[in-house]
Design a protein around this ligand. Structure first.
Ligand code: 9MJ
Length: 672
């Protein structure tokens, strides 16, 4: 049977859209780029031959057009306004007073939205089809970036559903989510390419490409937050309008909330400020908008800013300070990391006096020297970084300017340092003979997600290694109370407590044990996958790289690291020692789909008091449940600790049952 061109085009389109979704939305490509390109070429050829087959939402309509020589200028039908800023509750009170005085009514409903730190964009739809996209520019005229915006995977090319106005201008922000940004920069760094200073610059740079094929490769995401010129009917409130946009397929913020009065606005601000570091994207404040459109109309604008909205700004995430010096730290794997010592500054809500400089290439790329004024960025839970050198200081005029020289020997043990081919990182070759590496290994081994030895902190580890009491992680289980009590700042009581927690940690789980070994690139998730696959430590140690690559999460590089670790006799000794010293774990529960929770899918979110999220997930799986990281219609139950944010909200919206930690512990008691 032959396939009709229309069927072939539909099948190609569906395949490409699914791949594109995996690539752009989930950052988890399911096929190599070449396969994607090949399918795209086929579809393009088919559409060239049969132009009638082109649909407005065909993926071929998203990829870049030929490069432009410059952007055309576009006049906005209605000016794109900027927002007045507030920095305190007093400023918010003043804003509320101005609003209520003008409206003559004290009861004001406000829509609260995170203020996304990206690029403002206007997108025009005519009869549901995307016809124009423009930057804000000076508010009156912007640049025509239609070809670029068409490549953004969550911007609909065609609106769906009924009642779409014949002319609809949607305004919103284009951002790059944090995790995608980190990945993008890590790749660029590894390839010795230009890295971006922050997600906002990366988003702006991506939208400013004259060649939209470049934009198409950037992980941009759009969020609609208001409308511009409209011909046709829309609801009478801002929140209802956004809801309508969402029904037509436009992405809106899941954090948007409408509240009554200014005190509730302050509460919203505090709540979101608390979540700022863990949000998936950068925000620089909260926007509060009078919700009623008639009220917005009555309030009008002053110069370029509406009277009906205000942006309450957060403390800055980027500030400048002076680079006082550079220390070189030796990590668990011997990697030598340059760490900047800074004149302490308040950034992203904390005082920062150190920042990473990553590696020698990064120092060269930044052109940074000691004495320079640098921009420090601290956003999310990412460690503070130096992102640029303040222009004025790079002239060499600063008298204290001194180049940063990478050490030729390990700063801790004096061993040689080596740079592996294709790697940016320089490593000390000293292994466990290097005190700094040994300390880092023991710190990792004792950490909460590993052997979880409470009370074995950094200072103590330093002493134990410096005094020669700990020469391998196994020595931790050989420590006596007399040895511990003789250490500085250790009384009888604290040494007894430490010994008790060391004893307690002997009973662990196989995933934790594997993770604790500190094999390069083997994080918690990989350790869990390895434990579930091999079930026994011996089977893991004996596995070939081929077999290892069969495990979820494990690619050729990780397999090589595991193999390298397992074939090193010193590591085999340490593992044998640990087992002989009583480290033990229960058999790994095979994921048989049996147990009291078989068939259920759980999501664990927020912070739990009694155990880590990872442990809770492990217990759930042992009871037969599946665990997932995001809430969907397939989720049966959400276990939510304090601080659970968007996942809890989503579960509420979907009517999924939510249990707190106390309820969950009671359930465990019954089931286990
Ligand atoms: C941002 N940046 O997230 C507005 N914005 O509304 C939100 N910006 C805005 N609203 C009117 N959420 C002008 C700007």
């Amino acid at each position: 049977m032959t396939t009709l061109p229309i069927e072939e085009a539909a099948a190609l389109r569906a395949k490409i859209l699914a791949w594109a979704e995996a690539y752009f939305e989930r950052d988890a490509p399911v096929v190599p780029d070449a396969d994607y390109d090949q399918a795209m070429k086929q579809l393009e050829a088919l559409e060239r031959e049969f132009p009638d087959l082109v649909t407005p939402d065909s993926p071929t309509q998203r990829v870049g057009a030929a490069p432009l020589s410059e952007f055309e200028s576009v006049e906005h039908r209605l000016p794109m306004l900027s927002l007045d800023n507030a920095f305190s509750t007093d400023d918010m009170d003043d804003f509320h007073r101005r609003v209520t005085e003008r409206l003559g009514d004290g009861d004001v409903s406000y829509c609260c939205e995170p203020k996304l730190d990206g690029v403002a964009v206007s997108v025009v739809y005519e009869h549901g089809a995307l016809v124009l996209a423009a930057t804000r520019g000076d508010g009156t005229c912007g640049e025509n970036i239609t070809a670029n915006v068409r490549t953004i995977s969550n911007v609909p090319l065609m609106l769906s559903g009924g009642g779409v106005p014949p002319y609809l201008e949607v305004r919103g922000e284009v951002v790059i989510p944090r995790d995608a940004f980190e990945r993008m920069n890590a790749q660029a760094r590894a390839a010795n390419e230009k890295v971006f200073v922050n997600p906002r610059n990366a988003a702006a740079g991506s939208l400013r490409q004259l060649d939209s094929r470049i934009t198409a490769r950037r992980p941009l995401a759009f969020t609609a937050y208001s409308i511009g010129a409209v011909e046709g009917d829309l609801p009478a409130a801002h929140d209802a309008i956004l809801q309508r946009l969402s029904e037509w397929g436009l992405p809106i913020s899941e954090y948007m909330q409408t509240v009554s009065g200014i005190v509730a606005c302050d509460d919203y601000y505090e709540a979101l400020a608390g979540q700022r570091d863990t949000l998936p994207f950068d925000i620089d404040g909260i926007v509060f908008k009078v919700n009623g459109m008639a009220e917005q109309e009555r309030l009008g604008c002053v110069s370029r800013a509406p009277r009906w909205a205000i942006a309450r700004k957060f403390p800055a995430q980027e500030v400048s300070t002076q680079l006082l010096g550079v220390d070189f730290q030796v990590g668990r794997t011997g990697a030598i990391t340059p760490v900047a010592r800074l004149q302490p500054v308040f950034v992203g809500g904390v005082t920062v006096s150190n920042a990473t400089l990553h590696n020698a290439d990064e120092i060269e790329r930044l052109g940074v020297q000691v004495g320079d004024t640098v921009v420090v960025r601290r956003a999310g839970d990412v460690i503070p970084q130096i992102v640029s050198v303040v222009e004025d200081n790079t002239s060499g005029s600063s008298p204290e300017r001194a180049p940063i020289v990478f050490p030729g020997q390990c700063p801790d043990c004096g061993s040689y340092v080596a740079r592996e081919e294709g790697e940016a990182v320089i490593r000390c070759v000293g292994g466990m003979a290097c005190g700094a590496q040994l300390k880092a290994v023991v710190r990792h081994f004792a950490s909460r997600k590993a052997m979880d030895i409470e009370g074995l902190g950094d200072k103590l580890i330093d002493q134990l290694v410096d005094d020669g009491l700990v020469r391998s992680v196994a020595d931790v289980f050989r420590l006596s109370q007399a040895q511990l009590a003789a250490l500085e700042r250790m009384g009888d009581k604290s040494s007894e407590n430490l010994l008790a927690s060391i004893q307690l940690s002997r009973s662990t789980t196989l995933p934790k044990f594997i993770y604790a070994l500190g094999i390069r690139e083997v994080g918690e998730a990989t350790a869990r996958a390895l434990a579930n696959y091999f079930l026994e430590m011996d089977a893991l140690l004996a596995a070939s790289t081929d077999l290892l690559e069969g495990v979820d999460d494990v690619g050729p590089i990780v397999a090589r690291h595991i193999r390298g670790f397992a074939s090193d006799e010193r590591n085999q000794h340490v593992i044998a020692d640990l087992l002989a010293l009583g480290v033990n774990w229960p058999p790994v529960a095979v994921d048989s789909g049996e147990g009291p929770l078989a068939g259920a899918t759980w999501v664990v979110t927020g912070k739990l008091e009694s155990m880590s999220r990872g442990d809770a997930e492990q217990r759930l799986r042992a009871l037969g449940a599946k665990t997932a990281s995001s809430v969907s219609a397939k989720t049966s139950t959400v276990l939510a600790g304090p601080g659970a944010g968007s996942k809890r909200k989503k579960a509420e919206e979907l009517g999924i049952s939510i249990v707190d930690e106390t309820e969950w512990l009671a359930m465990l008691e019954e089931m286990e």
